[in-house]
Design a protein around this ligand. Structure first.
Ligand code: APR
Length: 241
């Protein structure tokens, strides 16, 4: 059996599938990943993304944070639409075979494709709030702003995303551990599995059918029952539902 036939068999035989994904799921929607061959980490920028996208940098240089964030994250996301990978995962959930999508992405494309149970480990650019009065706002509060977005009260908006140096949301952690520990099939796709604690959640999987679908090799390939080095949208597009 070839790898797609094996993946098809695994999916046909499962009813509690969890998908764990990263930036590589959205590259086929036109959003750059971080560490892939054409990723943000390879751009010539004054600071590296891990510096700019950190809590301390956000507070100390909000103007420079927002310049990068608008240019490299908000605008590409506004121009993006869900791709085949997002759509197939939503269809698997609708068919009652997939219980959760766990994503490191903040672009909201899984929800746009129709997925209901999306656990956003690193938050979402679609949720923003004023740091002074707590007023909540959508992405337009940031995408329409010139420079640092501020609310009428004068407070600065910040996105509800997990910046470096910040903890993950406790509720999301609990739901992620629960979903993965109860999964009969764990499909990991489009992630380098290099950022913790996110990557560490894979260790809660208790089944023997870990599948990794990634352009580059990952440190979990040796633990996988199936590895496919290919484009996640193309691979999932071959699955019959
Ligand atoms: N199909 C499959 N794999 C792909 C595709 C694709 N179409 N495009 C890229 N990839 C792979 C790349 O080869 C790379 O290994 O996806 C992986 C993306 O890895 P990263 O860029 O490191 O993204 P991710 O794993 O999500 O990063 C985790 O790091 O900077 C932080 O908070 C940020 O959530 C992010 C976290």
């Amino acid at each position: 059996m070839d790898t797609i036939q094996t993946l098809q068999q695994y999916i046909d035989q499962s009813s509690r599938i969890v998908f764990f994904g990263g930036a590589g799921v959205s590259t086929e929607s036109g959003i750059k990943d971080f560490r892939g061959v054409d990723g943000l980490y390879h751009l010539k920028y004054k600071y590296n993304p891990e510096t700019i996208l950190s809590h301390s940098f956000f507070l100390s240089r909000p103007d420079e944070f927002y310049e990068f964030y608008q240019d490299k994250i908000v605008q590409p996301t506004l121009a993006a639409a869900p791709n085949t990978a997002h759509r197939v995962l939503a269809q698997l959930e609708q068919a009652g075979k997939l219980t959760a999508v766990v994503t490191q992405n903040i672009d909201g494309l899984h929800q746009m494709a129709g997925s209901q149970n999306v656990l956003e480990l690193h938050g979402s650019i679609h949720r923003n709030y004023c740091m002074q009065c707590g007023q909540k706002y959508g992405l337009d509060a940031v995408s329409n702003a010139d420079g640092v977005p501020r609310y009428h009260c004068g407070g600065m908006f910040r996105p509800d995303v997990v910046l470096y140096e910040e903890p993950l949301d406790e509720t999301i952690i609990t739901k992620t551990v629960q979903a993965i520990s109860q999964a009969d099939l764990l499909i990991v796709g489009g992630t380098s599995l290099t950022v913790y604690p996110a990557a560490g959640f894979l260790d809660f999987y208790q089944g023997n059918r870990l599948v990794v679908i990634n352009l580059d090799n990952t440190s979990y390939d040796s633990k996988a029952a199936l590895t496919i080095n290919g484009k996640i949208g193309e691979v999932l597009g071959k699955i019959k539902l």
